[in-house]
Design a protein around this ligand. Structure first.
Ligand code: TXE
Length: 480
């Protein structure tokens, strides 16, 4: 079994005290790794290391910091297969799926670092009266990144790029359910000479996360996870008048218009609903399909669901890995059972297989309504509930009825309907595709899905504090 340590001030260390936590392989239910959870004292050591290291890191030129980040990205890319296997063993994601997301996030890390080279850390605006105004954007200092278990590698790479390139030091607290691949990312950073104290790692559960979010020297908390925890983290940071960026859950809708190909669209929706066993904050969780194509769509969706071969993600034939743990499977089972009890029709899936591991099959439900948990609460599992609507407008209106607002997807060939879709209350709207788009992914979640813009330049704005410097051209002359 792997034994994990914390990385503080450039050294691998054991926690001062604290519980021993175990990471379980969700495909086999075997223990995979163990570690001592960080106490508030360990968290304080990590934040102090970040505070001490940050000025030297910020004193490097932007190009020097970007070079160091790129060296890290390159070695992560070289170890992508190993990292995908670690992710698979700690949280169940099939290796091929993990590999594709890791490759994408390495590219994202490099693109984000490259933006530092053109970001206006210092710019001059000449104002009236010949007073020159410079805007200088300072790094914040010590920052914290708290990540969930669904994309352990991706979440760290995406969050750290702008924070580090802007000159901040970070303390990362990965999910207690998937800290192994994150630990490996830190070994790789150490190997390419990331200066001690710039990147620190503390392992633990909500107690360590809470201590980090509440630490008075943490200037920004970048949090991805559940709505409930996000509220606590945001409140803790706000109480100190410090920043937080919160990317929380979703209940993302898909609206499918008449006139699109039902089979091709069903295959796309199956991927959006079931990949990573539905454990993506932007998974498709509510499906509104126009009545003109509904029968053909549902038939094709059921057929596509049945191709999601369930198994250990280390097996090449596996498309659908297990859920992360028993607790998460209980949530999924509760949502599906609730829907069936209230009158939904189970078209495929819905039965827990008799085998070790926290598996749940790709499931399609019809005859669902808004009294059911599966339509109102984040399921975070491989479940596609389908609602038949009479018009595209009805689909859009129902898609908008949610307390969440992370992302939404629309399939339509009608240009007017595309315009209407842009008004959906979501941070991201995908039209006729899911997850695609260029590097300028500026967005801010709506509703309960979070707070703070991310992507593109906004990540640098969040990672820096602007200061205005107004300079008169001449110093006061001495009185003679
Ligand atoms: O999240 P938590 P969990 C959603 C999804 C899932 C649910 C629960 O609906 O079913 O969240 O997942 C740390 N102060 N998403 O329990 O508890 C924790 O240790 C500070 C959506 O994993 O929010 C972990 O590192 N930190 C999401 C991180 O917060 C605390 C992806 C997330 O844990 C803390 C994953 C505290 N008081 C789950 N308590 C997405 N949007 O992608 C816990 N943590």
């Amino acid at each position: 079994m792997k034994s994990l340590q914390h990385f503080i001030g450039g050294r691998w260390v054991e926690p001062a005290d604290g519980d021993i936590l175990t990471v379980v392989n969700p495909a086999t239910e075997d223990a995979f790794a163990r570690f001592g959870a960080a106490s508030a004292h360990d968290v304080d050591r990590a934040v102090t290391a970040a505070v001490e290291a940050q000025p030297r890191w910020a004193a490097l030129s932007v190009a020097e910091r970007v070079d160091r980040i790129n060296a890290w990205a390159d070695t992560v890319a070289e170890h992508a297969a190993e990292l995908a296997e670690l992710e698979c063993r700690e949280m169940g994601k099939p290796v091929a799926v993990g590999r594709s997301f890791i490759d994408g996030s390495v590219a994202g890390l490099k693109a984000a670092a490259a933006q530092a080279l053109t970001y206006p850390f210092a710019e001059t605006v000449t104002g009236p009266d010949e007073v020159r105004t410079d805007i200088v954007r300072h790094p914040l200092g010590a920052t914290a990144v708290i990540t969930p278990w669904n994309f352990p590698v991706t979440m760290v790479l995406i969050a750290l790029g702008p924070l580090l390139a802007a000159g901040n030091a970070v303390v990362v607290k990965p999910s207690e359910r998937s800290p192994v691949s994150t630990g490996r990312l830190f070994e790789l950073a150490e190997a390419v000479g990331m200066p001690p104290g710039v990147m620190n790692l503390v392992l633990g559960d909500g107690r360590a996360g809470g201590a980090l979010a509440e630490h008075e020297d943490v200037q920004l908390v970048h949090f991805t996870g559940s709505v409930g925890t996000g509220r606590r983290v945001g409140a803790a940071a706000g109480g100190r008048l410090h920043r937080s960026v919160l990317e929380l859950g979703g209940k993302d809708p898909v609206v499918i218009d008449a006139g699109v190909d039902p089979v091709a669209t069903a295959q796309a929706v199956a991927f959006g609903a079931f990949v990573n066993t539905g454990q993506i904050c932007t998974s498709m969780e509510r499906i509104y399909v126009h009545e003109q194509i509904a029968d053909a769509f549902v038939e094709a969706l059921v057929a596509a669901a049945q191709t999601f071969t369930l198994g250990d993600g280390l097996e090449p034939a596996t498309v659908l890995g297990p859920l992360v743990d028993e607790r998460q499977r209980d949530v999924v089972r509760r949502h599906v059972d609730d829907a069936v009890q209230k009158g939904a029709t189970l078209r495929t899936g819905g039965v827990v297989p008799q085998r070790p591991g926290y598996f749940y099959p790709a499931t399609v439900l019809t005859d669902v309504d808004d009294t059911m948990l599966v339509m109102t609460e984040e399921t975070f599992g491989p479940v596609a509930p389908v609602v038949v609507v009479r018009t595209f407008e009805e689909g859009l209106a129902r898609a908008a009825e949610s307390r969440y607002g992370l992302a939404a997807t629309v399939y339509t060939g009608d240009p007017d309907h595309i315009v209407a879709a842009t008004r959906l209350p979501a941070g991201v709207v995908w039209v006729n595709q899911w997850q695609g788009g260029g590097p300028e992914r500026l967005y801010e979640p709506a509703g309960d899905s979070g707070m703070g813009a991310t992507g593109a330049r906004a990540a640098y704005d969040a990672a820096t504090r602007p200061a205005a410097v107004h300079i008169a051209p001449t110093a006061p002359a001495a009185n003679r």
